[in-house]
Design a protein around this ligand. Structure first.
Ligand code: SAT
Ligand code: MN
Length: 583
């Protein structure tokens, strides 16, 4: 097979020659193709079948133990000018990066099949969608891309029509951490990834295309590619309003995206609809609003902590047609992870007999891959080619102190400052130390394909073109008390904060003005039905001394990004600083 697009055929031929691939397979995305691939992976040991009675069509993949998370220190943005990549990215000159990658890819597919994976990010018929082709030698990547994107013949037809696509070249190589690189060439709309089979490093449609390359492309085309969930909230009158929310990896985006409201809300008629859990492309519409699509078609969610209590919708979709990566298994071969229930697993994520002395049974970054259409709260608007209109944007982090439960920005520019100043404790989604507070602007620190200074200027530019911009809020579900316990119950109860947010958007609720932004009035957050009232005074406190330090730290952080940082952002910071007094 080949395509009607000459440029695509030539690229595939060139890669096949370079990598000396033994076979070429053009993926059509069909069930028959998937079944064949799964059978091959069961044979090769890439996959194990899970209990077919409890989990039909579910499989377990065990990664190389050194290949279980994104590798930010080996991820590069290769622009001609170093300033264009910015201090937020590792940079390498394109010529140097190409020379390095050419050396790694030479002959790397000898004896292997080269899969050509055409995919579309976003609904196939949406003008907001963009396509790519991933060449990979990993059947695991093919099976995951089939769940995570619109993959196969329909995407290829669109690519042939568009005449353009993002080129992604991937090989697992030898899975040697010393021969591992994830390279982005935004000016060429191309990605090259070698030496890892892990999600964010290898499923190139996700972070590599839909965030790093797309954010760069979005800047030139006047839209935003963001690390955000998209959720629709239906009120008792049947009106649905949409919220987009940026949170760093492993901070509960998936749980929030498929939240089931607390009983008191459900009884009153509130519903939550899932549009996306990780990535959001935002386009200014002709009506002056911001319209969002989810470029993905599936979830690559964190397994540990997912349970009937924290995310019942996820549990309902994970019992069939799911690929699990690095989870543990019970003695009757069901997938298991910490926080699921009180069973004791038989084998850990590495396939060893479970021994609590050797650490957690499931890897802390173990994942499930499942089609979004299996989600019980899947929104009927998720396939709308126009996207959904966004009323509110949330910027959230994981912060034990300082950041209140919710804080509303005064306007778009102040909201962009809240996003730019975001900080969060690190998680297991990336290799490195866990639990250290780091600045993670718009939760895009690992994913913005260009200089943050230019990125914030672009945010301001997009805002200036909106006559009905969404309101922007900062949220923090993770505040802790003196004993280190979470103060806010989180999960389903985050609905209470969303209700306040939407009440503000509709202009129905008043707010308390503070030096750093608008907070709920006393009693403003609906606590009906909670068995014990959380300490709202602590959750909504604004400690001036802490904030003075925080604003100084934000000032310093902004100045790391040089001359491109918009003056308007520094002016708002200055005006917040001038309002706040010690004590
Ligand atoms: O980077 S992944 O897509 O593998 C997951 C994440 O970190 O959000
Ligand atoms: Mn993510």
């Amino acid at each position: 097979m080949s395509s009607k697009l000459q440029a695509l055929n030539e690229w595939v031929d060139q890669v096949a020659t370079q990598t000396r691939a033994s076979r070429i397979h053009w993926c059509d995305g069909s069930d028959a193709e998937n079944e064949r691939l799964i059978a091959e992976m069961l044979d090769s040991g890439d996959l194990e079948k899970l209990n077919p009675d409890t989990h039909p069509d579910c499989y377990l993949h065990r990664s190389d133990p050194d290949d279980v998370a994104r590798v930010e220190h080996l991820t590069f943005v290769c622009t001609e000018r170093k300033e264009d990549a910015g201090p937020n990215n590792n940079w390498m000159a394109p010529a140097e990066a190409h020379a390095l990658m050419n050396g790694l890819f030479a002959g790397c597919m000898e004896g292997r099949t080269l899969y050509v994976v055409p995919y579309c990010m976003g609904p196939i018929d949406s003008p907001l969608s963009r396509c790519g082709v991933e060449i990979t030698d990993s059947p695991y990547v093919v099976a995951n891309m089939r769940l995570m994107t619109r993959m196969g013949s329909a995407a290829l037809t669109r690519i042939e029509r568009d005449g353009t696509f993002v080129k992604g070249l991937h090989s697992t190589g030898e899975l040697d951490p010393d021969r591992r690189y994830i390279m982005h060439f935004p000016e060429e709309l191309s990605i090259q990834s070698f030496g890892s089979g892990y999600g964010g490093n290898a499923l190139l449609g996700k972070k590599c295309h839909a965030l790093r390359i797309a954010s760069y492309q979005a800047r030139t085309e006047g839209w935003l590619a963001e690390h955000m969930l998209i959720v629709g909230i239906e009120n008792p009158e049947g009106e649905v309003r949409y919220i987009a929310g940026a949170f760093p990896s492993a901070c509960g985006k998936t749980n929030l995206a498929m939240l089931i409201p607390p009983a008191a809300y459900r009884e009153a008629g509130w519903k939550v609809w899932t549009v996306g859990d990780d990535i959001c492309w935002l386009h200014p519409g002709e009506d002056g609003r911001l319209w969002a699509i989810n470029p993905e078609a599936g979830f690559f969610g964190v397994a540990p902590g997912t349970s009937a209590k924290t995310n019942p919708n996820a549990m309902a979709m994970l019992d069939r047609e799911t690929i699990f990566t690095n989870v543990a298994v019970t003695d009757d071969n069901q997938p298991w992870w910490e926080g699921l229930d009180d069973r004791v697993p038989a084998k850990d994520w590495r396939g060893r007999d479970f021994d609590p002395g050797q650490g957690p049974a499931a890897h802390p970054n173990s994942r499930f891959t499942v089609s979004i259409s299996r989600c019980p709260s899947y929104s009927d608007q998720a396939e709308n080619p126009d996207g959904v209109p966004i009323d509110a944007i949330l910027f959230g982090g994981r912060r034990a102190t300082l950041a209140p439960l919710v804080l509303e920005a005064e306007d778009w520019v102040h909201g962009v400052l809240l996003g730019a100043g975001m900080a969060s404790e690190t998680t297991a989604a990336a290799t490195g130390q866990v639990g250290v507070v780091r600045r993670d602007p718009m939760a895009m620190k690992p994913f913005c394909g260009y200089n943050f200074g230019d990125y914030w200027a672009h945010w301001l530019d997009v805002g200036s073109r909106l006559t009905r911009p969404p309101k922007i809020f900062q949220v923090n579900w993770f505040r802790r008390d003196a004993e280190g316990r979470f103060i806010w119950p989180g999960f389903a109860d985050n609905m209470r904060v969303l209700e306040w947010v939407l009440g503000r958007c509709r202009g129905e609720l008043s707010a308390r003005e503070t030096a750093v932004g608008r907070l709920p009035e006393q009693g403003g957050i609906n606590l009906a039905g909670l068995s014990s009232a959380p300490d709202m005074a602590s959750l909504l406190e604004v400690d001036h001394d802490d904030w003075i330090e925080e604003l100084q730290a934000i000032d310093k952080h902004l100045s790391n990004y040089g001359d491109g940082v918009p003056k308007a952002l520094k002016d708002v910071l200055g005006s917040v600083q001038s309002r706040i007094r010690p004590g």
